[in-house]
Each structure stands twice: as structure tokens, then as C-alpha cells.
Design a protein around this ligand. Sequence first.
Ligand SMILES: Cc1cc2nc3c(=O)[nH]c(=O)nc-3n(C[C@H](O)[C@H](O)[C@H](O)COP(=O)(O)O)c2cc1C
Length: 441
Amino acid sequence: MSTTPTTGAAQRSRRDVHLNLFAHGCGHHSAAWRAPESPVERLGDITYWEELAVTAERGCFDAFFLADGQSAGLGGLGKGPRWFLEPLTTLTALSRATEHIGVICTVSATFWDPFHAARILASLDHISGGRAGVNIVTSMTDAEARNHGMERLPDHDERYGRAEEFTAVLRELWDSWPAEAIKADRSGSYADEEALQTIDHTGEHFAVAGPLNIPRLPQGRPVVVQAGASAPGRELAARFADGIYAVAWDFESAFEYRQDILSRARSHGREAEEITIMPGLVTYVAKTEDEAKEQQHRLNSLLPIEDSLRQLSFFIGQDAYDWDLDSPVPELPPLEEFTGPQGRYATVLRIIETTRPTVRELLGYLGAGGGHATFVGTPEQIADEILRWIDGGAADGFNLMPPRLPQGLEDFVELVVPVLQERGRFRGAYQGLTLRENLSG
Ligand SMILES: Cc1cc2nc3c(=O)[nH]c(=O)nc-3n(C[C@H](O)[C@H](O)[C@H](O)COP(=O)(O)O)c2cc1C
């Protein structure tokens, strides 16, 4: 059992592609559940999730990720399923159905108590043999806050202040019980209590005495992931994260984001090799480009058009209801003239500029991943694009967000993974035992 977290930084080759599966519902396309073959009846069936994890492991993915939210999603449930199984218990089951793939779960620093979080994640790390990871988020809605004794979500700065303290407390708790404290001497004592450290943390948000009531983890500390986009989100990631889930529509925005994170990390004395940055990636892959486009078209045709146009009208601050669905998107005002929320509008403009979509296609891009990179084509075309981003310094790997499950994952594993392997850029078998080793290889 290791006593310090293995960073793996020294042996990392920046040429290796890292792949994380973001498994969500029936797939990331908001209409995927409507397809006749969708697994919508199986969302509460653990064997569905096990099958996905086994497929991702067959494809040698670094990790399997489940997001989380803390409210039922009233008001949106007619449009599609939201949450079903609780992720940490689900991942515990998945860790028993797999051997190598990492299991990463979202935990909200806004609602969770750090002792509970440190303990459950430590337990998952033991059960999985060192494959646990946590995506620390600050949460997004007042509906979630109302389930946790708050009227509304604390403001952004306060949430990030709490997340920073939360993350620091987790690390202290995970470090508080060294492995060598366990003696298991049948004729003498079980553990040397002197070796355990209280943490005596008293901060603005938490008071935690410690030590943790779980001995040293196989990984030392579980892998920490962050997915924030704002300045405080980027700071938190640059200081603490081993992995980052980024959002970028195109190479340029991914490049800008990665360089910003790396320069922030360097100012905290960290090396680029310590952080694996993985933008979200929606793929439609088939043996021919036409077939891949047909897959995308088929899913887009299942979108409830009224709802999608309402969402688009909101994003662009103008009425899109009478736009012709199969004509190119009309000219939109430049970003500087737009007075609504800038981030999403900027993404809409980038999608239009880079793909010249019809209105229906734009609704499809927004309905699947909502602004994450989308690659459509043959296995070779998709592998080329993946490697262009990595070799150009825009990514260390990708957070795969299949538009439909399980098919989108199976297509990627059957068609794209072998191309990356043939090119010597992706593992053909797992090399290490832990999630941290998967990310570092
Ligand atoms: C791939 C990915 C997964 C995310 N998963 C969750 C999640 O499970 N729960 C959650 O509340 N927020 C999740 N988020 C949202 C982010 O944590 C964050 O709140 C959002 O990107 C806005 O960032 P900001 O608050 O720094 O502006 C996720 C974001 C991304 C890109």
C-alpha cells in the first residue's frame, strides 16, 4: 500500500490520449431517450450501468464519470429523464463489475459535509482498489439549495470559497491515518494511535477535528477533478485538480482554456504534467461520413422543435419561432452588441461560424452537449481531430459524451479506439492499477 499519492508525473508521455466516459441517462442528446431502441426503461437497473462500464473498460478508458444534481428537476421532467440512481452507490457497484477503469463521481461542496465526503470516497477507493475520483462542483440551482436547508444558492464567490476550504479539508482527512499506523499485532495492539493525526480544522465554513475513521487509501488520495469555467473555478482547478472537464466548442477556445489553466497552475508551483485537461466531446462515428451524418440527423429529428426553439430564442435574446428549420441560421448581431448572458451566445456564434448549420442542425448541436466539441465522421477523421487537439496543445484527452447510449459508446470503442491504438497513441491494455496511474500513463 503506498503512503504518498503517486503523481506519475515523471513517466507521463504527453503523446498518450486520455479518455473519460461521461455516462448520462440515455445519452447526452436531449432527444436520445425518445428513440425506439433507447434504454429509457433501464435507467434504474444497475446492469445497464454495469454494461456501460464494462464496454468503456473494453475500450481501455481511463475513467467512468457520473454527474450529480440534488433536485428532482421539476418543470423539466416532461422533456426527458433527469437523475435516477445515486452516483456514489452506483459507482461502488460498478467498481465490483470492472477491474481497471477509474470511477469518478460528482460531489457538491455547497451541500456536502467534508467528513462524510472524505469518508465515502475513501471507502470507494478501498473497495475499488485505488480507482476512485471526485469531481468537486459548487452546484447550480436554488431548487437544489431548498433540499439542503437553504432558500437559495449562496452566491458564486461564497460557493467557491467553501469549495476551496472543502477540498483542503478532504486532503487533510485523507492524509490523517497513515497505513503504517495499523499494526494488527494479534498479541499486542491493533493500531498505533500516536501515528494518527487530528486535523483540528476551524475555518469560515467547516470545523472538523479528524482524523478520518478510515485508514490510508490505496491511492493515498482519490483523484480530484474540477469542471468550473469561471475565474474562481479555474483557480480551484489550477490549485487542486488532477483532472479537468473542460467545455470548448472548437480548438481555439480549448487552447485558450488549457493555456490559462497551465499558467495559473505554474503560479501555484505545479507542472503541466500533473493535470489532465479533457474537453467534453460528442461524437457521431460510422464507417462512412454519410452514415455518421445520418445518425446525427436521425437524433436531431427526434427533438421536440417547440422546446428547442424556445431555448434557442432565450440563448440569442430574440424570437426564433418562425425561422425555417432547414435553411441556414440567419445572421446574428456580434457578441459586443448582445446584452444577455455572453458565454452561451458566444458558443452559438462559434457554432454558426465554424459549421454554417441549418436551424435544425444548430438545435441539434445545442441539444447534444450544448456547446461541447462535436466530431462527426469516419473513425479516421475523428482520430485525426482528437490528435490535432492534443498535439496542438488544446487538450490532454477527451471527456466522451456519447449522444446516445449504449450505441454511441460501442461505436467509439469498436471504431475509434482501434485507430488511436494503431497509431500508437492510446493504450492497448491497462498499465497500472489505480486511476491516478491511468491518468498518468
Ligand atoms: C463535464 C462537466 C460535468 C459537470 N458536472 C456537474 C455535476 O455533476 N453537477 C453540477 O452541479 N455541476 C456540474 N458541472 C458544472 C460545473 O461544475 C460548473 O458549475 C459550471 O461549469 C460553471 O462553472 P463556474 O461556476 O465556474 O462558472 C459540470 C460541468 C462540466 C463541464
